[in-house]
Design a protein around this ligand. Sequence first.
Ligand code: TRH
Length: 387
Amino acid sequence: MVCPVGAVKADLTIAPMDFLPAQASPPRRLWDIFCQVIDNHGDIGVCWRLAADLAARGQRVRLWCDDASALAWMAPPATRSRDIELLGWPAQAPGNGGASGGVGDVVIEAFGCEIPPAWAAAIAQAARERPRPPVWINLEYLSAEGYVERCHRLPSPIQSGPAQGLTRWFFYPGFTERTGGLLREGGLAARQQAFDRQAWRARLGIASRALAVSLFCYEPPALAELVAQLRQHGPAHLLVAPGRAAQALQRLPAVQDTAGLALHLLPYVSQPQFDEMLWACDLNLVRGEDSLVRALWAGQPLVWNIYPQHDDAHHAKLHAFLDWLDAPASLRRFHLLWNGVQAGSPLPLPSTGVLAEWRACVHAARQSLLQRKDLLTQLLGFVEEKS
Ligand SMILES: Cc1cn([C@H]2C[C@H](O)[C@@H](COP(=O)(O)OP(=O)(O)O[C@H]3O[C@@H](C)[C@H](O)[C@@H](O)[C@H]3O)O2)c(=O)[nH]c1=O
C-alpha cells in the first residue's frame, strides 16, 4: 500500500531526550582498547565511540587497532580528543613500570579479539606488582538475545599461558536492565535539541512534506522492490550511504533519478554527521550494530539489516530484537522481507499511518532506553568495583 502523494507529513521535530543528570567524574585511568577490524566499519566505529566517550569523561585512552583507516572520515583528526592515542596493533608488550609506559589500568578486548601474548604476560606482571591489577574486559557484540543477560558481568578465569589464574570479565552491551546498556555520549541530547532538521533537509532539496529514506545496508534481497515502490511514492528521496549500500543500488537495472524519486549518493562522513542524516530522515534503513543504536537515538522509524551469518544465526538475533522492540506486525514483516528471512510476499512500503505506528514504536523503545544508565556509566562503575 503506497500512501498518496503529499500525504506524508514529515515529523520535523525530534522528541527531546530528557537531559541526563551529570555524573560525578570518575577517577582518571589509562584504558587500553584493542580493536581488530574484521570487515565493514562497526568494529572501529564502536571502539572509536567508546574511546571518545571515555576521553569526554576525563579518561586517557590508547586505542590499538590493526586497521584504523576508516577513522580518517569517521573521526577526522581535527575532531579527536588529545586524550586518545591511536596506535597500530602492538608488536610487543608495553614497557614495564607504571601506567605511563606499561599496561593500562583497564584492558578492553573488543568483540573478542585476542590481545598479543606478550600483553597477557605484561598484564600478569602488572597484576603481581601493582596494588590494583589491571581490569581485563572482553566487550562483546550487541544482541537482544537471552544469553546476553545470563553472560553479562561473568568472570572468565584464564586457564593457561602467562596470565593463567587471572580473570577476564565479560561485558555485554544490551537493551535491558540486566545488560551493559548502550553507548550514549553526554552531549547527544543537546546536539539533537540544537539540530535544525528543516534546514538540513532543505540543503539537499528535501521539502518538509517529502519522504526521506536513508539507506545503509548490505545486500538486502528486496532492494529493487523498495526502489520501485519509492519511485511510485513521490516525492521521495533516497539517501544512499557509500560502500556496500551504494554498490548494491548501482547493481540494480537502470537505476537513475526519476520524477518521483531523487537519489542522493552520499560520501563517507563523520559519525556526528552520520547521526544528523539519521535525524533528518523519515525512515532509516540501518545495518550492523552501531548504526542501529544511532537510529534508536534518532527516534525515527527504522529497519535493521542485520549482519548476515552463514549459519543463519542472525535470524534468532533479529527476532530477539523485534521482540524487545515490541515491533508491530507490519514492521516485523518488513524486517523479515528486508533481511530475506521470509521470501515471496511483496515488500509493503509503509503508508503514512503505518510509518506513524513505527515511529511510535521506536520512540517508546528510545524512552525506555533513556531511563537506563548508558554503557559507559555502567562500565566505569564496573571497573571501579573490580579495581
Ligand atoms: C556510512 C558511514 C558510516 N559511519 C559509521 C557509523 C558506524 O559507527 C559505522 C558502521 O558500523 P555498523 O553500523 O555497526 O555497521 P557495519 O556493517 O559497517 O559494521 C559491522 O561490522 C561487523 C564486523 C560487525 O560484526 C557488525 O556487528 C557491524 O558492526 O560507520 C560513519 O560514521 N559515517 C558514514 O558515512
